[in-house]
Design a protein around this ligand. Sequence first.
Ligand code: FES
Length: 79
Amino acid sequence: MTMKKTVQNSPYIIKGEKKKYAWCACGDSSNQPFCDGSHMKSEKFSPVIFENEKEGTIALCGCKQTGNPPFCDGTHSSL
Ligand code: FES
C-alpha cells in the first residue's frame, strides 16, 4: 500500500481567507500545505479542494495522516 508522505509532525496554522484552497494530500508539494501539482507525477493521490467559509485561523494537517482532511484531527500525536 502506498503511504502518503508525512511532511511535518504538526499542523500548518494559517490565517484562512474566505476562498477555495487545494490542500496537498500526497506530501510532495513544495508549497505546503497547498497543492503545487506534484501529485500528477504519481497519480496516487489527489488534492483536497475545500471552500473556507469564514476568515480566521485554521489548522491544516501537515502529517497527511488525518482522518478529517484537510484539517488536523490530532493524529500526528500518535505517529
Ligand atoms: S498534523 Fe496531521 S493530524 Fe495533525
